[in-house]
Design a protein around this ligand. Structure first.
Ligand SMILES: Nc1nc2c(ncn2[C@@H]2O[C@H](COP(=O)(O)OP(=O)(O)O)[C@@H](O)[C@H]2O)c(=O)[nH]1
Ligand SMILES: [Mg+2]
Length: 361
């Protein structure tokens, strides 16, 4: 899997000019196979690295969650098992409705052995995450092989409450795209504070991408528009648009974000290819309800869950999937630019439960 979860289409093999063609029948397929093997190995390496980063970031959640789960699963399955399970899941921020549903489903299986309960729980948790995996945006997710990439520049609008990690997310996404050889332009669309503009400019200087900015107080839609135009002029691959996270009231927010969208659509009728909602895992259920305002204001396509490394409550991903119906695509796992990992439901649940899942479901 490439960093952004997109299946790369195989490039056409260039035709070999006649006079340079080798005398022997050229084993083009073999070369292709070798390249495929290289690509597969690289994908496997990236997947393993992402899984390891997520696993490390989940340390705190695992300590608070797994330790207690181990106790539950070391005793016989009784009435207490279900109560403890509910308590643990709610404690890990899975959320009350989601917890009650999961526990009820596992319980209704009438399993006797703690190990079987554990496996059934794992399957339920994976199912919650996989149920919302299908792509909404056009850029990432388990996209079908026949999938046509949208024309460049790809447009990503980044939204979320102040302090959740939007600007950092843009720095990291830019870094990730640049690792794949892509050219990135960012829009300093949080024009509310001068410091916000400087912050994204610093990221641009450090990582090496262009930032389109106007002064403090400028219209965010105008900045987004400039950035899209600049990206087209420079033949960039991706435009990442930062936004302000003020929640003064929902009407203002809706008006501001929908204006950004409208102005983009005036220039590129298909509009943003992804609207990424950035959520701070440490703010728990409270953060979720704030984020609902954003989900209602713009058509969010996917979620980045930041600061997973700073919380014991990584169970919030299940609440996001269940209550928002949104796929988590990335997790923030630390403070460096590379501390962004694509999200993978099975390895996430395996990490959370502290051991590999049984294969299949
Ligand atoms: N530990 C940790 N800190 C993060 C992560 N993502 C962002 N932060 C920090 O959260 C703070 C707010 O980030 P910022 O990008 O300015 O948030 P914004 O207001 O939404 O743009 C900064 O200090 C970031 O370094 C993460 O994944 N892990
Ligand atoms: Mg910001």
């Amino acid at each position: 899997m490439p960093f952004f979860g997109r299946r790369r289409k195989k490039e056409e093999t260039p035709e070999v000019p006649r006079d340079e063609a080798p005398a022997v029948e050229e084993p083009v397929e073999d070369l292709d196979d070798l390249e495929d093997a290289d690509e597969d190995a690289e994908e496997a390496r990236q997947e393993a690295a992402a899984a390891a980063a997520t696993d490390a970031a989940l340390e705190r959640t695992r300590r608070s969650f797994l330790g207690r789960l181990t106790e539950v699963f070391s005793a016989d399955v009784t009435e207490d098992t279900w109560e403890s399970l509910e308590e643990i899941l709610i404690g890990a921020d899975v959320g009350v409705p989601t917890t009650l549903e999961v526990v009820e489903r596992v319980r209704s299986l009438n399993l006797r052995k703690a190990d079987d309960v554990r496996n059934a729980l794992a399957a339920e948790l994976v199912a919650i995450l996989e149920a919302v995996e299908e792509p909404r945006g056009r850029l990432w997710g388990p996209l079908p092989a026949s999938y046509e990439e949208p024309p460049r520049p790809h447009i990503v609008l980044v939204v979320g409450v102040n302090g959740t990690g939007k600007t950092t997310a843009i720095g990291r996404l830019a870094w990730g795209y640049m690792q794949e050889g892509k050219k990135v332009v960012a829009a300093a669309g949080d024009t509310f504070r001068a410091a916000a503009i400087e912050q994204i400019q610093e990221w641009g200087e450090r990582v090496g991408f262009e930032v389109i900015a106007q002064g403090q107080g400028a219209d965010p839609a105008a900045v987004a528009f400039d950035a899209v135009q600049a990206a087209q002029a420079r033949d960039a691959d991706v435009v990442l648009i930062d936004t302000a996270g003020r929640l003064q009231n929902k009407q203002n927010l809706m008006a501001e974000l929908s204006k950004v969208r409208r102005v983009i659509e005036r220039h590129i009728p298909r509009g943003p290819d992804e609207v990424l909602l950035v959520l701070d895992a440490t703010t728990g259920q409270n953060g979720l309800s704030q984020a609902k305002a954003f989900a209602e204001a713009v058509d969010v396509t996917s979620v980045m869950l930041t600061k997973l490394d700073g919380t014991g409550k990584g169970g919030i991903v299940f609440a996001i999937a269940k209550e928002f119906g949104l796929p988590v695509r990335f997790v923030g796992v630390g403070q460096r630019e590379s501390d962004l990992a694509p999200f993978e439901p099975r390895s996430f649940v395996a990490s959370l439960l502290g051991q590999p899942l049984p294969s299949g479901r």
